[in-house]
Write a protein that binds this ligand. Structure first.
Ligand SMILES: CC(C)(COP(=O)(O)OP(=O)(O)OC[C@H]1O[C@@H](n2cnc3c(N)ncnc32)[C@H](O)[C@@H]1OP(=O)(O)O)[C@@H](O)C(=O)NCCC(=O)NCCS
Length: 413
């Protein structure tokens, strides 16, 4: 008999968490704190399990998220997370069945896209997701950074102070709300995200160790940036070789961003700074006197998007030029496909079903990759992933969709 797929109740949580941990190759013990946290944070209507003989063999959850699109508007997203199938039950279609249920529910709810961070590249394209943003992380050799060794305070006239986790929980959400509307690809964080990220709640598998928080205030006293980091101690031949690992750094102004990196790169005893997942075109390397002091550690696809409502997705964002484009969007799941006329201008946009001839034909997953401006239509066509039906349509798509700065999702979910 094939496993039963259903949403879970409170009594299922311990087994469900154990299955999740096993799927992610982690110890399967669920603490009482894990269970209490998930009870508080998770939506039982959107937390799925597959059950075989009463035993949880697959996990999946989704939650309500706001995603910032180009221009700063936010759209409701179905954020997918905690996706696992036990190794004993893999490749029998369990993920496919649960995903179909969740995406259908998201569509009915009126979500504009589904979002996720893919553990492995080949998993999600088949479900209509495409890589919408990329990430780069760097490792900085502070001795080569060529920053002023006498540096004591931000050149902007602002200031940096250390903050306690309690203080971060107070001002962090407001700062993040101001930050995320400036960054296409950024996503909302809820109360529980802040509790966990500042160590008020620690789940099994969360990194131990102390987090430090540095806050930047502008010359007029506005909080404009926050860096959260931890230290890894190492001395060699009586020389400090310590590393500062940056877990998060968000800022609402370039001055705050520059001041926080300068601060992190000038802490006595710190010889190395790891940046965590930044935008691929992050300003960071160029803040350094020698940008090559920041060596690329990782470079990869990051946020994947699955359009669920093409007109609302394309109407929510802004466009730098006035142009029209007819898109034939193919969606084998039958959720978001159709032919749409995008009529865009900096003054306003409409996107409506049309009977005009298609100018570009593409799978819904390719629209996911294009919609935040990161992928280039011309490049996708060269790869044979989208088809130009009218000469010039690729150039029009790129003029409309691409952006000066690349989208960035700072969070893992
Ligand atoms: C990824 C995972 C959830 C897939 O679950 P599953 O139930 O085996 O997936 P399905 O059987 O529904 O697979 C559907 C299709 O996707 C393919 N697929 C699934 N996972 C894949 C992977 N990791 N790599 C390549 N292809 C994959 C299957 O081969 C199948 O292809 P087919 O339709 O051509 O036969 C499972 O392998 C797993 O738990 N992996 C470890 C944890 C993980 O990576 N989770 C994702 C976190 S974002």
């Amino acid at each position: 008999m094939s496993p039963e797929i259903r949403t879970i109740g409170d009594d299922d949580l311990r087994d469900w968490i154990a299955a999740l941990a096993t799927g992610f190759l982690r110890p399967a013990e669920a603490s009482d704190e894990d269970i209490a946290f998930r009870k508080a944070d998770y939506d039982p209507e959107r937390t799925w399990g597959a059950y075989d003989g009463g035993r949880c063999v697959a996990t999946f959850r989704s939650f309500a998220q706001e995603l910032t699109v180009v221009g700063g508007a936010v759209v409701p997203a179905d954020a997918v997370s905690a996706v696992t199938v036990l190794p004993t039950h893999r490749r029998r279609g369990l993920l496919s069945r649960i995903m179909a249920n969740d995406l259908r529910a998201a569509k009915e709810r009126g979500d504009v896209v589904a979002s996720l961070i893919a553990a492995e590249y080949p998993i999600y394209g088949r479900f209509g997701f495409g890589p919408a943003s990329w990430t780069t992380s760097w490792r900085i050799d502070t001795a080569r950074a060529a920053l002023d060794p006498r540096h004591a305070a931000p050149e902007s006239g602002g200031r940096i102070d250390l903050a306690t986790p309690e203080e971060v929980r107070e001002f962090g959400p407001g700062l993040h709300d101001r930050f995320r509307v400036q960054v296409p690809g950024a996503v909302s964080r809820n109360h529980w995200w802040w509790q966990r990220d500042t160590g008020a709640v620690r789940l099994s598998g969360d990194a131990a160790g102390e987090r430090h928080h540095a806050v930047y205030r502008s010359p007029t006293g506005e909080i404009e940036g926050l860096a959260s980091y931890s230290y890894e101690a190492r001395w060699e031949a009586k020389r400090p070789e310590n590393t500062a690992h940056v877990h998060r750094l968000i800022a609402t102004s370039p001055a705050a961003e520059r001041a926080l990196w300068q601060y992190l790169c000038s802490i006595d005893w710190v010889r190395h700074v790891t940046t965590g997942y930044r935008a691929p075109d992050d300003l960071l390397p160029d803040f350094l006197g020698d940008p090559r002091a920041a060596a690329v550690d990782e470079h990869s696809d990051y946020l994947w998007l699955r359009p669920l409502d093409v007109p609302r997705l394309l109407e929510a964002r802004t466009y730098p030029v006035a142009a029209t484009l007819v898109l034939e969007v193919e969606d084998r799941a039958g959720l978001a496909g159709g032919r749409f006329l995008l009529d865009a201008s900096p003054a306003g946009t409409s996107c409506t079903p049309t009977t005009r001839s298609a100018e570009l034909t593409l799978d819904v997953s390719e629209l996911g990759a294009l919609c935040l401006g990161d992928a280039a239509a011309g490049r996708l066509a060269a790869l044979g992933r989208i088809q130009e039906e009218r000469p010039g349509a690729l150039a029009t798509a790129d003029a409309l969709l691409r952006t000066a700065r690349r989208p960035w999702c700072p969070d893992l979910f």
